[in-house]
Design a protein around this ligand. Sequence first.
Ligand code: KIV
Length: 292
Amino acid sequence: MTANEQPRVTIPSIRARKGTGEKIVSITAYDYAIASIMDAVGVDILLVGDSLGMVLLGYENTLPVTMDEMIDHTKPVARAARKALVVGDMPFMSYHLSKEQALANAGRFIKEGGADAVKMEGASPRRLRLIETLVEADIPVLAHVGLTPQSVGRFGGFKVQGTTPEDARRIIGEARAVEKAGAFALVVECVPAEVAAEITSSIGIPTIGIGAGPHCDGQIIVFHDLVGCHGGYLPKFVKMYAYLHGVISDAVGRYRDDVRSGVFPDDEHSYHMKPEAARRLKRGPKKAGKRT
Ligand code: KIV
């Protein structure tokens, strides 16, 4: 089946992938042009991740990202998605104050942003109640355990989680709990492959891994990492399929040189008047005739 013939991806179709071996393909997306390409290629889930704070907006981590910024980037992605499921990522402090705040902000992703679902990090008892509340309000939730970047302060940096049997058991317990709370799928970030394999085989909803080895039901990656669109640090789990940083630097550098040397724009890239119009322009405006 070509990407064009594929039916729309839905929450039930994602859930139905569990155990079929048909992997769920997810990428982060933040704008119309790139999301249109991903949708046409047949990506299943477009996540408008709060990673946009780091890769698009230049923040040091994801914490400063606001709801308005998230909605602004969800709208064009939703407009681009003809087949893919669009998930909006609840940013830091958009669901921490109260159940009402979480409901209102998750509702904005669906009503204003055009998303199909939201993602929410964590699995504390309070978070589990929030998952239940959103699901009860018909807002599908993609849960997120392991390295949850909004808790970077508590973790003391972006570190692999679940490396000891005790910590691994805690994360496996969290995965079971978010399933019970009603999440339709689960992002598992930056844990050993053994832990992700154990989670995947012990819950009934799909796991979507990032830095979690090959045994998850699907994978997700940050788009700018996938295409090498920054010059900074890349974690071990990133496989770069292109190096756009080099391609863009080369193109912009050649444009700079051509503008400075006058090579661009040349005749091929310029508009011209018809010769008669050009002659009249040079002659100057017609003098007004004398009144008799
Ligand atoms: O914000 C994001 O891009 C994410 C993915 C890395 C899962 O949460």
